[in-house]
Design a protein around this ligand. Structure first.
Ligand code: C2O
Ligand code: CU
Length: 485
Protein backbone atom coordinates (compact mmCIF):
# COMPACT_ATOMS: atom_id res chain seq x y z
CA UNK A 1 0.00 0.00 0.00
CA UNK A 2 2.76 2.42 0.91
CA UNK A 3 5.69 2.35 -1.45
CA UNK A 4 8.99 1.14 -0.18
CA UNK A 5 10.69 4.18 -1.59
CA UNK A 6 8.57 6.64 0.34
CA UNK A 7 9.04 4.53 3.44
CA UNK A 8 12.80 4.71 3.09
CA UNK A 9 12.74 8.44 2.66
CA UNK A 10 10.79 8.71 5.87
CA UNK A 11 12.84 6.16 7.71
CA UNK A 12 16.25 7.40 6.74
CA UNK A 13 15.39 10.95 7.59
CA UNK A 14 15.75 13.62 5.01
CA UNK A 15 17.78 16.26 6.79
CA UNK A 16 20.78 16.87 4.61
CA UNK A 17 19.75 14.30 2.00
CA UNK A 18 19.81 15.34 -1.62
CA UNK A 19 16.96 13.47 -3.22
CA UNK A 20 17.27 11.91 -6.59
CA UNK A 21 14.06 12.64 -8.42
CA UNK A 22 11.16 13.69 -6.32
CA UNK A 23 7.74 12.67 -5.32
CA UNK A 24 5.83 15.31 -7.23
CA UNK A 25 7.22 14.00 -10.50
CA UNK A 26 9.02 17.16 -11.53
CA UNK A 27 12.74 17.65 -11.70
CA UNK A 28 14.69 17.65 -8.49
CA UNK A 29 16.75 20.55 -7.31
CA UNK A 30 20.40 20.03 -6.62
CA UNK A 31 21.06 21.40 -3.19
CA UNK A 32 20.56 19.56 0.10
CA UNK A 33 19.02 21.11 3.18
CA UNK A 34 21.28 23.44 5.11
CA UNK A 35 22.44 22.32 8.57
CA UNK A 36 20.07 22.88 11.48
CA UNK A 37 20.09 26.53 12.58
CA UNK A 38 21.69 27.43 15.91
CA UNK A 39 19.58 29.58 18.23
CA UNK A 40 20.92 32.99 19.19
CA UNK A 41 21.17 34.23 22.78
CA UNK A 42 17.79 34.27 24.52
CA UNK A 43 16.29 37.72 24.16
CA UNK A 44 12.84 38.66 25.46
CA UNK A 45 10.27 39.97 23.01
CA UNK A 46 7.21 41.50 24.64
CA UNK A 47 3.84 41.19 22.93
CA UNK A 48 0.67 42.89 24.17
CA UNK A 49 -2.57 41.62 22.72
CA UNK A 50 -6.06 42.84 23.52
CA UNK A 51 -8.79 40.69 22.04
CA UNK A 52 -11.69 42.99 21.37
CA UNK A 53 -14.16 44.24 18.84
CA UNK A 54 -12.67 46.73 16.43
CA UNK A 55 -14.59 48.13 13.52
CA UNK A 56 -12.46 48.02 10.44
CA UNK A 57 -12.89 48.44 6.72
CA UNK A 58 -10.58 46.01 5.00
CA UNK A 59 -10.16 46.65 1.28
CA UNK A 60 -12.15 43.48 0.56
CA UNK A 61 -15.13 44.86 2.51
CA UNK A 62 -15.99 47.41 -0.22
CA UNK A 63 -15.65 50.36 2.11
CA UNK A 64 -17.86 48.99 4.90
CA UNK A 65 -16.76 48.93 8.53
CA UNK A 66 -17.34 45.52 10.05
CA UNK A 67 -17.31 44.55 13.72
CA UNK A 68 -14.20 42.39 13.64
CA UNK A 69 -12.70 40.71 16.66
CA UNK A 70 -8.95 41.19 16.56
CA UNK A 71 -5.89 40.91 18.79
CA UNK A 72 -4.32 44.29 18.03
CA UNK A 73 -5.05 47.76 16.67
CA UNK A 74 -2.46 47.44 13.97
CA UNK A 75 -2.31 44.91 11.19
CA UNK A 76 -4.89 42.29 10.37
CA UNK A 77 -3.71 39.78 11.23
CA UNK A 78 -0.92 41.20 13.41
CA UNK A 79 2.52 39.84 12.47
CA UNK A 80 4.99 38.86 15.18
CA UNK A 81 8.57 38.23 14.12
CA UNK A 82 11.25 36.64 16.29
CA UNK A 83 14.71 35.22 15.85
CA UNK A 84 15.40 31.63 16.75
CA UNK A 85 16.33 31.68 20.44
CA UNK A 86 14.11 34.63 21.38
CA UNK A 87 11.58 34.24 24.14
CA UNK A 88 8.09 35.51 23.41
CA UNK A 89 6.38 37.06 26.46
CA UNK A 90 2.74 37.69 25.67
CA UNK A 91 0.23 39.55 27.79
CA UNK A 92 -3.28 38.75 26.57
CA UNK A 93 -6.26 40.82 27.71
CA UNK A 94 -9.79 39.74 26.93
CA UNK A 95 -11.54 42.96 25.98
CA UNK A 96 -14.59 41.27 24.49
CA UNK A 97 -17.79 42.29 26.19
CA UNK A 98 -20.23 39.47 25.44
CA UNK A 99 -20.80 37.58 28.70
CA UNK A 100 -19.00 34.24 28.74
CA UNK A 101 -17.02 34.99 25.56
CA UNK A 102 -13.74 33.64 26.88
CA UNK A 103 -10.54 33.55 24.81
CA UNK A 104 -7.13 31.91 24.75
CA UNK A 105 -4.19 31.74 22.35
CA UNK A 106 -3.10 28.55 20.69
CA UNK A 107 0.33 28.92 19.05
CA UNK A 108 -0.40 26.64 16.15
CA UNK A 109 2.44 24.30 15.21
CA UNK A 110 4.86 25.57 17.87
CA UNK A 111 6.28 22.66 19.86
CA UNK A 112 6.12 24.44 23.19
CA UNK A 113 5.65 23.35 26.80
CA UNK A 114 2.15 21.98 27.38
CA UNK A 115 0.97 24.72 29.76
CA UNK A 116 1.59 27.35 27.04
CA UNK A 117 -0.53 25.60 24.40
CA UNK A 118 -3.61 27.75 24.92
CA UNK A 119 -6.33 25.13 25.14
CA UNK A 120 -8.92 26.16 27.74
CA UNK A 121 -9.86 23.59 30.40
CA UNK A 122 -7.22 21.14 29.13
CA UNK A 123 -4.12 23.17 30.01
CA UNK A 124 -5.24 26.61 31.22
CA UNK A 125 -8.34 28.33 32.56
CA UNK A 126 -10.48 30.13 29.99
CA UNK A 127 -9.72 33.87 29.96
CA UNK A 128 -13.07 35.51 30.66
CA UNK A 129 -14.02 39.05 29.54
CA UNK A 130 -12.05 41.55 31.59
CA UNK A 131 -9.39 39.00 32.56
CA UNK A 132 -5.84 38.62 31.32
CA UNK A 133 -3.38 35.81 30.85
CA UNK A 134 0.37 35.58 30.21
CA UNK A 135 2.24 33.24 27.93
CA UNK A 136 6.02 32.82 27.84
CA UNK A 137 8.03 30.37 25.76
CA UNK A 138 11.02 30.04 23.44
CA UNK A 139 9.86 28.62 20.09
CA UNK A 140 12.13 25.69 19.20
CA UNK A 141 11.65 25.86 15.43
CA UNK A 142 12.22 28.41 12.72
CA UNK A 143 9.58 29.08 10.12
CA UNK A 144 6.08 30.22 9.32
CA UNK A 145 3.49 29.77 12.06
CA UNK A 146 0.31 31.42 13.23
CA UNK A 147 -1.76 31.76 16.36
CA UNK A 148 -5.45 31.81 17.03
CA UNK A 149 -8.02 31.59 19.74
CA UNK A 150 -9.10 28.10 20.82
CA UNK A 151 -12.50 29.13 22.19
CA UNK A 152 -15.75 29.42 20.20
CA UNK A 153 -13.32 29.21 17.35
CA UNK A 154 -15.83 29.14 14.54
CA UNK A 155 -17.03 32.64 15.41
CA UNK A 156 -13.87 34.08 16.97
CA UNK A 157 -11.68 33.04 14.05
CA UNK A 158 -14.49 33.92 11.65
CA UNK A 159 -14.40 37.47 12.99
CA UNK A 160 -10.62 37.71 12.77
CA UNK A 161 -8.94 36.55 16.01
CA UNK A 162 -5.65 35.28 14.60
CA UNK A 163 -2.08 36.46 14.13
CA UNK A 164 1.05 35.43 12.25
CA UNK A 165 4.22 34.25 13.98
CA UNK A 166 7.46 34.09 12.01
CA UNK A 167 10.64 32.67 13.53
CA UNK A 168 13.65 33.82 11.52
CA UNK A 169 17.00 32.12 11.22
CA UNK A 170 16.23 29.40 8.71
CA UNK A 171 17.60 30.98 5.54
CA UNK A 172 21.41 30.72 5.46
CA UNK A 173 21.28 32.11 1.91
CA UNK A 174 18.93 35.04 1.89
CA UNK A 175 16.19 35.19 -0.70
CA UNK A 176 15.66 38.42 -2.63
CA UNK A 177 12.34 39.14 -0.95
CA UNK A 178 10.06 37.66 1.69
CA UNK A 179 6.29 38.13 1.48
CA UNK A 180 3.34 36.95 3.51
CA UNK A 181 0.39 35.50 1.65
CA UNK A 182 -2.40 35.12 4.19
CA UNK A 183 -5.42 33.47 2.63
CA UNK A 184 -8.82 33.68 4.21
CA UNK A 185 -12.47 34.22 3.43
CA UNK A 186 -14.96 36.45 5.17
CA UNK A 187 -18.54 35.34 5.69
CA UNK A 188 -20.33 38.51 4.72
CA UNK A 189 -23.86 39.18 3.60
CA UNK A 190 -24.39 40.32 0.07
CA UNK A 191 -24.13 44.03 0.83
CA UNK A 192 -20.95 43.33 2.87
CA UNK A 193 -22.39 45.17 5.85
CA UNK A 194 -22.50 42.28 8.30
CA UNK A 195 -21.59 38.67 9.00
CA UNK A 196 -23.61 35.62 8.02
CA UNK A 197 -23.89 32.79 10.57
CA UNK A 198 -20.48 31.19 10.94
CA UNK A 199 -21.81 27.71 11.56
CA UNK A 200 -24.58 25.97 9.65
CA UNK A 201 -25.74 22.44 10.10
CA UNK A 202 -25.67 21.89 6.35
CA UNK A 203 -22.07 23.03 6.19
CA UNK A 204 -20.92 21.33 9.37
CA UNK A 205 -22.15 17.98 8.07
CA UNK A 206 -20.37 18.40 4.75
CA UNK A 207 -17.31 20.40 3.69
CA UNK A 208 -18.00 23.30 6.07
CA UNK A 209 -19.68 26.66 5.63
CA UNK A 210 -17.73 28.77 3.20
CA UNK A 211 -17.00 32.46 3.33
CA UNK A 212 -18.44 34.66 0.62
CA UNK A 213 -15.55 37.06 0.09
CA UNK A 214 -12.07 35.75 -0.55
CA UNK A 215 -8.94 37.64 0.40
CA UNK A 216 -5.17 37.58 0.52
CA UNK A 217 -3.75 39.96 3.11
CA UNK A 218 -7.20 41.53 3.45
CA UNK A 219 -7.52 42.30 -0.25
CA UNK A 220 -9.35 40.39 -2.95
CA UNK A 221 -6.79 39.41 -5.60
CA UNK A 222 -4.14 41.97 -4.57
CA UNK A 223 -1.32 43.20 -6.80
CA UNK A 224 1.98 42.87 -4.94
CA UNK A 225 5.26 44.35 -6.15
CA UNK A 226 8.28 42.02 -6.08
CA UNK A 227 11.85 42.31 -7.44
CA UNK A 228 12.40 41.15 -11.03
CA UNK A 229 14.32 37.98 -11.97
CA UNK A 230 14.61 37.23 -8.29
CA UNK A 231 14.02 34.33 -5.90
CA UNK A 232 11.12 35.48 -3.77
CA UNK A 233 9.98 33.60 -0.69
CA UNK A 234 6.21 33.54 -0.30
CA UNK A 235 4.90 32.38 3.05
CA UNK A 236 1.49 31.04 2.15
CA UNK A 237 -0.76 30.57 5.17
CA UNK A 238 -4.33 29.31 5.10
CA UNK A 239 -6.02 31.04 8.02
CA UNK A 240 -9.52 30.22 6.84
CA UNK A 241 -11.87 28.24 9.07
CA UNK A 242 -13.22 26.14 6.23
CA UNK A 243 -11.81 26.42 2.74
CA UNK A 244 -9.24 24.07 1.25
CA UNK A 245 -7.31 25.78 -1.53
CA UNK A 246 -5.10 24.10 -4.07
CA UNK A 247 -2.36 26.60 -4.76
CA UNK A 248 -0.31 26.89 -7.92
CA UNK A 249 1.43 29.64 -9.89
CA UNK A 250 1.31 30.84 -13.45
CA UNK A 251 4.13 32.93 -14.85
CA UNK A 252 6.95 31.61 -12.67
CA UNK A 253 8.74 28.46 -11.67
CA UNK A 254 7.85 27.69 -8.07
CA UNK A 255 9.31 25.35 -5.47
CA UNK A 256 8.08 24.41 -2.00
CA UNK A 257 10.89 24.79 0.55
CA UNK A 258 8.95 24.32 3.81
CA UNK A 259 5.66 22.86 4.94
CA UNK A 260 4.03 23.93 8.18
CA UNK A 261 7.11 26.00 8.94
CA UNK A 262 9.57 23.11 8.73
CA UNK A 263 12.09 22.79 5.90
CA UNK A 264 11.65 20.08 3.30
CA UNK A 265 13.96 19.25 0.40
CA UNK A 266 12.78 21.77 -2.22
CA UNK A 267 10.35 20.23 -4.70
CA UNK A 268 8.72 21.79 -7.76
CA UNK A 269 5.24 23.09 -7.07
CA UNK A 270 2.61 22.16 -9.59
CA UNK A 271 -0.25 22.42 -7.18
CA UNK A 272 -0.53 21.76 -3.48
CA UNK A 273 -3.71 21.36 -1.46
CA UNK A 274 -3.79 23.47 1.64
CA UNK A 275 -6.50 22.93 4.21
CA UNK A 276 -7.22 25.38 7.02
CA UNK A 277 -4.12 26.02 9.20
CA UNK A 278 -1.71 24.56 6.67
CA UNK A 279 1.31 26.60 5.57
CA UNK A 280 3.69 26.32 2.63
CA UNK A 281 6.80 28.38 2.03
CA UNK A 282 7.19 28.70 -1.71
CA UNK A 283 10.11 30.24 -3.61
CA UNK A 284 9.28 31.65 -7.03
CA UNK A 285 11.68 32.91 -9.69
CA UNK A 286 10.07 36.12 -10.81
CA UNK A 287 9.97 37.27 -14.45
CA UNK A 288 11.68 40.31 -15.95
CA UNK A 289 10.62 43.88 -15.14
CA UNK A 290 6.91 44.34 -15.83
CA UNK A 291 6.08 40.61 -15.86
CA UNK A 292 3.31 39.20 -13.68
CA UNK A 293 2.99 35.98 -11.69
CA UNK A 294 -0.46 34.81 -10.60
CA UNK A 295 -1.27 32.66 -7.60
CA UNK A 296 -4.32 30.52 -8.37
CA UNK A 297 -6.60 28.29 -6.41
CA UNK A 298 -7.05 25.29 -8.70
CA UNK A 299 -9.41 23.51 -6.35
CA UNK A 300 -12.60 24.62 -8.04
CA UNK A 301 -13.46 23.61 -11.60
CA UNK A 302 -12.47 27.09 -12.72
CA UNK A 303 -9.18 28.36 -11.26
CA UNK A 304 -9.61 31.42 -9.03
CA UNK A 305 -6.85 34.05 -9.07
CA UNK A 306 -5.90 34.79 -5.47
CA UNK A 307 -3.03 37.26 -5.85
CA UNK A 308 -0.79 38.75 -8.53
CA UNK A 309 2.89 39.58 -8.20
CA UNK A 310 4.30 42.17 -10.55
CA UNK A 311 8.07 42.19 -11.09
CA UNK A 312 9.94 45.48 -10.91
CA UNK A 313 13.52 46.58 -11.39
CA UNK A 314 16.84 45.16 -12.53
CA UNK A 315 17.45 41.39 -12.53
CA UNK A 316 18.80 39.97 -9.27
CA UNK A 317 19.68 36.43 -10.41
CA UNK A 318 21.30 34.58 -13.27
CA UNK A 319 21.21 30.96 -14.34
CA UNK A 320 18.64 28.26 -13.77
CA UNK A 321 16.22 28.30 -10.92
CA UNK A 322 17.68 26.20 -8.10
CA UNK A 323 16.11 27.56 -4.92
CA UNK A 324 18.27 27.82 -1.83
CA UNK A 325 17.09 25.24 0.72
CA UNK A 326 16.28 26.20 4.28
CA UNK A 327 17.99 24.93 7.42
CA UNK A 328 16.82 21.45 8.37
CA UNK A 329 14.11 21.17 11.00
CA UNK A 330 15.22 20.58 14.56
CA UNK A 331 12.80 17.77 15.20
CA UNK A 332 13.85 14.21 16.09
CA UNK A 333 13.44 11.59 13.37
CA UNK A 334 11.18 8.77 14.54
CA UNK A 335 12.51 5.24 14.79
CA UNK A 336 10.13 3.71 12.26
CA UNK A 337 11.04 0.10 12.88
CA UNK A 338 10.76 0.27 16.64
CA UNK A 339 7.71 2.54 16.61
CA UNK A 340 4.47 1.75 18.41
CA UNK A 341 1.66 1.23 15.89
CA UNK A 342 -1.54 3.21 16.16
CA UNK A 343 -4.60 3.68 14.00
CA UNK A 344 -6.85 6.71 14.09
CA UNK A 345 -10.13 6.60 12.21
CA UNK A 346 -12.05 9.69 11.20
CA UNK A 347 -15.69 9.09 10.51
CA UNK A 348 -19.11 10.68 10.22
CA UNK A 349 -21.83 9.89 12.72
CA UNK A 350 -24.53 11.57 10.62
CA UNK A 351 -24.59 13.97 7.73
CA UNK A 352 -25.70 17.56 8.13
CA UNK A 353 -28.46 16.89 5.64
CA UNK A 354 -29.89 13.96 7.55
CA UNK A 355 -29.69 15.78 10.88
CA UNK A 356 -31.31 18.84 9.33
CA UNK A 357 -34.10 16.72 7.88
CA UNK A 358 -34.63 14.98 11.18
CA UNK A 359 -34.96 18.27 13.01
CA UNK A 360 -37.35 19.74 10.43
CA UNK A 361 -34.97 22.30 8.94
CA UNK A 362 -36.93 25.33 7.78
CA UNK A 363 -34.24 26.44 5.40
CA UNK A 364 -32.93 29.16 7.70
CA UNK A 365 -29.31 28.95 8.74
CA UNK A 366 -28.95 27.39 12.15
CA UNK A 367 -27.02 29.10 14.90
CA UNK A 368 -24.52 27.28 17.10
CA UNK A 369 -27.03 26.78 19.90
CA UNK A 370 -29.28 24.67 17.70
CA UNK A 371 -26.28 22.49 17.06
CA UNK A 372 -25.17 21.89 20.60
CA UNK A 373 -26.75 18.46 20.53
CA UNK A 374 -25.36 17.53 17.14
CA UNK A 375 -22.35 15.28 16.97
CA UNK A 376 -21.64 14.85 13.33
CA UNK A 377 -18.07 13.54 13.38
CA UNK A 378 -15.87 11.30 15.43
CA UNK A 379 -12.31 10.14 15.95
CA UNK A 380 -11.88 6.46 16.82
CA UNK A 381 -15.67 6.32 17.13
CA UNK A 382 -15.87 8.93 19.84
CA UNK A 383 -17.27 12.42 19.36
CA UNK A 384 -16.18 15.32 21.51
CA UNK A 385 -19.08 16.00 23.87
CA UNK A 386 -20.77 19.35 23.28
CA UNK A 387 -19.40 22.28 21.37
CA UNK A 388 -17.18 23.81 23.99
CA UNK A 389 -14.06 22.50 25.63
CA UNK A 390 -15.50 22.32 29.15
CA UNK A 391 -16.51 18.66 29.04
CA UNK A 392 -13.37 16.58 28.84
CA UNK A 393 -13.83 13.09 27.38
CA UNK A 394 -11.31 10.33 28.12
CA UNK A 395 -8.06 10.64 26.10
CA UNK A 396 -7.87 9.07 22.66
CA UNK A 397 -4.35 7.83 23.31
CA UNK A 398 -1.86 7.52 26.15
CA UNK A 399 1.67 7.65 24.81
CA UNK A 400 4.96 6.92 26.40
CA UNK A 401 7.32 9.87 26.57
CA UNK A 402 10.35 9.50 24.27
CA UNK A 403 8.88 6.62 22.26
CA UNK A 404 8.36 6.71 18.48
CA UNK A 405 4.87 6.12 17.14
CA UNK A 406 3.67 5.37 13.67
CA UNK A 407 0.05 6.25 13.01
CA UNK A 408 -2.30 5.35 10.23
CA UNK A 409 -4.75 8.20 9.83
CA UNK A 410 -7.78 6.72 8.10
CA UNK A 411 -10.44 8.93 6.61
CA UNK A 412 -13.60 6.88 6.31
CA UNK A 413 -15.68 9.83 5.07
CA UNK A 414 -16.31 11.36 1.65
CA UNK A 415 -15.09 14.76 2.94
CA UNK A 416 -11.55 16.06 3.31
CA UNK A 417 -10.16 16.72 6.77
CA UNK A 418 -7.06 18.73 7.68
CA UNK A 419 -6.02 16.89 10.84
CA UNK A 420 -3.93 18.85 13.33
CA UNK A 421 -1.80 17.49 16.13
CA UNK A 422 -0.82 19.78 19.01
CA UNK A 423 2.57 19.61 20.68
CA UNK A 424 4.40 17.64 17.99
CA UNK A 425 4.98 17.57 14.25
CA UNK A 426 4.49 14.45 12.20
CA UNK A 427 6.93 13.08 9.67
CA UNK A 428 4.76 12.14 6.70
CA UNK A 429 5.68 8.70 5.40
CA UNK A 430 3.13 8.02 2.69
CA UNK A 431 -0.43 7.70 1.49
CA UNK A 432 -2.51 4.94 -0.06
CA UNK A 433 -3.74 7.40 -2.69
CA UNK A 434 -0.88 9.59 -3.83
CA UNK A 435 2.84 10.02 -3.77
CA UNK A 436 3.82 12.74 -1.34
CA UNK A 437 7.17 14.49 -1.07
CA UNK A 438 9.05 13.89 2.19
CA UNK A 439 8.02 16.50 4.73
CA UNK A 440 7.00 17.19 8.29
CA UNK A 441 3.61 18.64 9.12
CA UNK A 442 1.50 19.61 12.10
CA UNK A 443 -1.65 19.57 9.95
CA UNK A 444 -2.13 16.94 7.25
CA UNK A 445 -4.91 16.90 4.71
CA UNK A 446 -6.77 13.61 4.49
CA UNK A 447 -8.45 13.19 1.12
CA UNK A 448 -11.75 11.29 0.97
CA UNK A 449 -11.13 7.66 1.97
CA UNK A 450 -7.39 8.29 2.18
CA UNK A 451 -5.07 6.67 4.69
CA UNK A 452 -1.97 8.63 5.60
CA UNK A 453 0.98 7.03 7.29
CA UNK A 454 2.76 9.39 9.69
CA UNK A 455 5.26 8.99 12.50
CA UNK A 456 6.66 11.06 15.34
CA UNK A 457 8.63 10.90 18.55
CA UNK A 458 6.34 11.58 21.51
CA UNK A 459 8.94 13.74 23.24
CA UNK A 460 6.71 16.53 24.54
CA UNK A 461 4.92 15.59 27.76
CA UNK A 462 1.41 16.79 28.51
CA UNK A 463 -2.18 16.79 27.34
CA UNK A 464 -2.52 17.68 23.70
CA UNK A 465 -5.40 18.13 21.26
CA UNK A 466 -5.81 16.30 17.99
CA UNK A 467 -8.60 17.55 15.75
CA UNK A 468 -9.87 18.48 12.33
CA UNK A 469 -9.06 22.10 11.47
CA UNK A 470 -12.24 22.63 9.50
CA UNK A 471 -13.55 24.38 12.55
CA UNK A 472 -17.15 23.28 12.11
CA UNK A 473 -15.99 19.64 12.02
CA UNK A 474 -13.91 20.26 15.12
CA UNK A 475 -16.87 21.83 16.91
CA UNK A 476 -19.28 19.06 15.95
CA UNK A 477 -17.24 16.17 17.24
CA UNK A 478 -14.02 15.64 15.27
CA UNK A 479 -11.76 16.49 18.17
CA UNK A 480 -9.98 14.57 20.87
CA UNK A 481 -6.91 14.71 23.06
CA UNK A 482 -3.96 12.49 23.83
CA UNK A 483 -1.52 12.35 26.67
CA UNK A 484 2.24 11.92 26.65
CA UNK A 485 3.73 10.93 30.00
CU1 C2O B 1 -4.81 25.60 15.01
CU2 C2O B 1 -6.22 23.11 17.97
O1 C2O B 1 -5.61 24.36 16.47
CU1 CU C 1 -12.89 17.70 9.04
Amino acid sequence: MISRRSLLLGAAGFAGAALVGNASGGRAYARPLAPVATPGAEKAVRLDLVAKERSLALPCFDGHDLPLWTFADQGLPPVVRLNLGDRLDTHLVNGLTRPGEHVSIHWHGIRLPNDQDGVPYLVQPPVEPGQSYDYSFVPPDTGTFFFHTHCNTVEQLGRGLAGILIIDGDAPEPYDDDQLVVMRDWRLDEARTGFLPFLTLEGAGRAGTFGTVRSVNGITNPLVEVPAVADVRLRVINVDATRISEIGFEGAEAAVVAIDGLACPPFPLRSWKMGPAMRADVVIRTPADGGTVTLFDYFAAKPVPLARFVAKGAPRRQGDFDPAPLAAARIPMPDIDGAGRLTMTFSATATGASVAAATGDDGLPLGPLCLSAASLWSINKSSWPGQGMDQLPPPLLQLQRGRSYRMQLKNLTPQMHPIHIHGHSWTVIGSNKRVLPPHHADTVLLLPKETLDVAFVADNPGRWMLHCHIIEHQETGMMGWYEVS
